[in-house]
Design a protein around this ligand. Sequence first.
Ligand code: 5GP
Length: 116
Amino acid sequence: MSEDSIFTRIMNGEIPSDKVYEDDDCICIKDIAPKAPVHLLLIPRKPIPRLVDATAEDQALLGKLMVKAGEIANEHGVGDAFRLIVNNGEQAGQTVFHLHLHILGGKLFSESQLGF
Ligand code: 5GP
């Protein structure tokens, strides 16, 4: 049996978090180690490990996350300039294997600076 991810444990209230949004499908929390003045994590309740593990049945959920990310960025004052990042796999920097979108804003991102 696989263990719950840290994000599932946060959703279950087992681990505290700074929550900025939640509904039946997803939750948005402040990243514990922010890499920008605004650094939020938008996480589906469904524990999809990586983006490549999503299937056709997840299309509506993934679409909702994209729309929601824009709304949340707006609410946090960075709607005109933010980055949305999904790390897929360890080599790409993924450390928590429960799909999540990083919403980063409030600083200048240069064109060449793809990392954060
Ligand atoms: P990844 O490297 O998987 O793309 O991103 C995982 C993110 O989760 C990291 O930015 C890390 O700081 C954040 N994180 C890890 N553990 C916790 C936690 O317990 N609470 C919160 N709020 N963020 C966490």
